[in-house]
Design a protein around this ligand. Structure first.
Ligand code: DAH
Length: 437
């Protein structure tokens, strides 16, 4: 789930901020504090309004149940869920060895308050500070923010849980205890109805770290694999079809993250499909050195709560997590993972918007304007047509986006949609310099 878009230079944002009345302001207010704006500033009012929400604190909310279920699986870990979303670019990227040209740094992918401050794009942003505070076993839950497309599984705010564990990097100190623990975890796993498929090799593409003792790195990797396989068994086995005799299948595949090596992704075979559930790996020593705990070795993982909750509860649209509708909220009991019962949906209305685009056009910029104007009424934005015309100077590409509007809570008037569409067109032409067709 890490930023997948190809490398592209950061975009400058001074032009379109935000609503007309604050365009001249040189500061932006985030959670009651003012910060200077600059050409990187791209945080929008609709995103700012999400900051105080903390959905995962509401008892009975699926995100809360999932969080508390995972926390209960790690009773002797420190549990954090109150760290502010505003972080430095150092915390989010540099402390974790993200390369300078990593696409996640781009302002088309992340929300910036200014060039130094941003909304965290992942919970890994807090690894260094939590390790620095001396915690060796911990879980952290938080809202994270990414600029993205608009559809049933993407929302600019979602929730992640990060978990990590450190051991002394001296084999004589931690080796025996780790080996014993791994034997215990393995026998626990073997007694469950689960099949582990491990396609990972430690090789030059996914290596151990040079200065790590290989035997210890191997024990830490095993510990990571057994610990997380047991967690996934706990989460998925109870939700699996009880009439099925088949064991739960979990598979480990190699991955790449700038802040771990070796790195893995874990998938679960659930309701006839392999589903990617989490990313993890052995923490890069540079991260531990940044946290001033360089005599340790450890593992970390990060998972998306909405993604797992959508699978376990069969929740079809990510916007539902934000719904205040009692038909949604009253369905769930604290601590219980149950199947979502769909209720009748209000009708959708679609509108197409076509325009000529300047060369630096990015669809995430357009989606943010749609989000800002339509809020949760925007169900999906789809690129339905592109057209190339070399004769048109500076504007060679025409694109047509289809926006589907649907309220989760009420029927909408056409006049209301029309008004939103007019404003979207106006803002897109001013801020993104598109030429409406
Ligand atoms: N931060 C990653 C993301 O947002 C997930 C992740 C991968 C977290 C590997 C980790 C890790 O701690 O070790 O996609």
């Amino acid at each position: 789930m890490l930023h997948k878009i190809a490398s592209r230079p950061p975009r400058l944002w001074g032009a379109w901020l935000h609503f007309s009345h604050c365009r001249r302001l040189s500061t932006v207010e985030v959670l009651g504090r003012s910060y200077p704006k600059d050409k990187f500033t791209n945080i929008t009012p609709s995103i700012l309004s999400k900051l105080p929400t903390q959905l995962y604190t509401r008892p009975g909310h699926p995100l809360n149940t999932l969080k508390t279920t995972i926390e209960a699986h790690f009773p002797d870990y420190a549990h954090f869920s109150n760290l502010p979303a505003l972080v430095s670019t150092y915390q989010n990227f540099d402390s974790l060895s993200f390369p300078a040209d990593h696409p996640g740094r781009s302002a088309t992918d992340s929300y910036y308050v200014n060039k130094d401050l941003m909304l965290r794009t992942h919970t890994s942003a807090h690894e260094v500070e939590v390790f620095c505070d001396g915690h060796k076993k911990w879980l952290l839950t938080a809202d994270v923010y990414r600029r993205d497309e608009i559809d049933s599984s993407h929302y600019p705010v979602f929730h992640q849980m990060e978990g990590a564990r450190l051991f002394s990097d001296d084999l004589n100190v931690s080796g025996d205890a780790l080996a014993r623990e791994n034997t215990r975890l393995f026998s626990e796993l073997s007694s469950e109805h689960v099949v582990l498929e491990d396609r990972t090799l430690v090789d030059s593409k996914n290596p151990y770290q040079e200065h790590h003792n290989k035997q210890l790195a191997d024990l830490v990797t095993q510990n990571l694999k057994y610990t997380l396989s047991l967690l996934l068994f706990k989460l998925f086995a109870q939700a699996a079809d009880p009439s099925s005799e088949a064991p739960l299948q979990i598979r480990w595949i190699p991955a790449y993250f700038p802040f771990t090596t070796p790195s893995y992704e874990v998938e679960v075979f659930f309701r006839h499909k392999w589903l990617e559930i989490l990313g993890c790996g052995v923490i890069q020593q540079a991260t531990l050195t940044n946290a001033k705990v360089s005599n340790e070795i450890g593992w970390a993982f990060g998972l998306g709560l909405e993604r797992i909750a959508m699978i376990l509860y069969k929740i079809p649209d990510i916007r539902l997590f934000w719904s205040e509708d009692l038909r949604f909220l009253s369905q769930f009991k604290p601590g219980e993972i149950s199947t979502f019962q769909p209720y009748s949906r209000y009708p959708a209305t679609e509108r197409d918007i076509s325009f000529w685009c300047p060369n630096d056009f990015h669809s995430n910029d357009f989606c943010d304007i749609v989000r800002d104007e339509a809020g949760d009424l925007a169900e999906e934005v789809q690129l339905i047509d592109q057209y190339h015309d070399k004769r048109k100077q500076g504007y060679v590409m025409s694109r047509c986006f289809r926006i589907r509007f649907r309220s989760m809570e009420r029927s909408m008037e056409h006049a209301e949609i029309n008004k939103i569409v007019i404003t979207i067109k106006k803002r897109a032409s001013e801020a993104l310099r598109v030429e409406i067709r």
